[in-house]
Write a protein that binds this ligand. Structure first.
Ligand SMILES: O=C(O)CCC(=O)C(=O)O
Length: 340
């Protein structure tokens, strides 16, 4: 008896049509697309017909137009990337930077800077410590981001990691754990902690040189053990990180690098700042990564859109601010769809 090869016949459905359109838009060769369809079991006539229809489709032509426009936007960002490379990769440190110099050289330029000498009058710089925290607010309920070790995407899923405990118990956890990323009090917990830790904010002086002293916003508290990792992300505002206790290692990638940093969802990327895997993320080879260590008494300016990865090198307390004297609303215009 003759051997008959039974091959599953595959027909082109809408999922296939989406695939064809996507590959054409990615500049895939029509021949390559056609061959892949044949290999998947689609008959020659059907593959040819669908491909020709897609190539002649005004819908695909409209999408191509949009792709061209995005390529132009990428080109503009690319010119900025080239300009950035002319700069020193060291994050500058500036002592008591004036308002005008900050606005002109950094805020409007979207350039990170470490400002020194602006926290000298903060009572927090001399008073804050684990015993003081316990003594002042140990009996208050606070919210912590907890159980981060069980979830690689703990920042993306931060609402699932809220836990309430006594601040005094949290202070002891931080004191005794050594190095850990399992728990961290972050800016996201501020809504719950605002009242509970109100008294600590009396030890903070807003920096009138750059920040407003009126309005509802005051700042956000970050408190955790050594080893906390805030994965690469960008904020939707300009941001100050004022370091009160301990040191932090910060990696930054300028906002104009966005096309190369594998931004897959909202303001996140899977690229891991602990070890950047260039095999898996080859475009990262071209990305400018700035690095600095933020010491107590120093304020880091993180421009809006600037990607940052933050690692606690010691038990660490940071206060962050977004209430700048100048326009800092970039949320209103942020895209509604977050799957990129
Ligand atoms: O200090 C940290 O761990 C992260 C700070 C941060 O990402 C921010 O303020 O946007």
């Amino acid at each position: 008896m003759a051997h008959v090869e039974l091959r599953t016949v595959v027909h082109v459905d809408n999922e296939w049509r989406r695939w064809i359109a996507e590959n054409l838009l990615l500049d895939g060769s029509p021949q390559g697309i056609y061959e892949q369809m044949l290999r998947a079991g689609i008959a020659h006539e059907e593959a040819l017909r669908e491909l020709q229809q897609a190539m002649a489709s005004p819908y695909v032509a409209g999408a191509q137009r949009l792709r061209n426009r995005l390529a132009k936007h990428d080109w503009v960002l690319d010119t900025q990337r080239h300009m950035n490379r002319l700069r020193d990769t060291e994050v500058p440190r500036r002592h008591k930077l004036s308002r005008e110099a900050f606005l002109d050289g950094y805020y409007t330029a979207g350039r990170p800077v470490i400002i020194t000498g602006m926290m000298e009058d903060w009572p927090a710089m001399t008073k804050w410590g684990l015993d003081y925290f316990k003594e002042r607010c140990g009996d208050r309920d606070v919210e912590i981001q907890f159980g981060r070790d069980s979830n690689d995407q703990y920042e993306l899923h931060k609402t699932a990691h809220r836990k309430t405990m006594l601040f005094g118990d949290y202070v002891e956890l931080v004191r005794n754990v050594g190095r850990s990323n399992n728990f961290y009090m972050t800016a996201y917990n501020e809504g719950q902690n605002r009242k509970a830790l109100d008294v600590l904010w009396q030890d903070i002086a807003q920096m009138p040189e750059y920040l407003t002293s009126t309005g509802l916003t005051r700042g956000f508290l970050w408190f955790g053990p050594s080893g906390t990792i805030t994965p690469f992300h960008h904020d939707l505002t300009n941001n100050f990180m004022a370091q009160v206790i301990g040191r932090k290692r910060v990696l930054m990638m300028p906002a104009c690098e966005i096309a190369h940093v594998y931004n897959h969802e909202h303001c996140f990327t899977h690229v891991d700042g602990r070890q950047i895997d260039l095999e898996r993320y080859p475009h990262m080879r071209d990305v400018q990564v700035l690095s600095c260590t933020l010491n107590p008494g120093e304020v880091l300016f993180l421009p809006v859109g600037c990607w940052h990865f933050v690692e606690g090198l010691d038990i660490s307390v940071t206060v962050s601010f977004t209430n700048f004297l100048w326009d800092n609303d970039f949320m209103t215009e942020y895209p509604q769809q977050h799957a990129f």
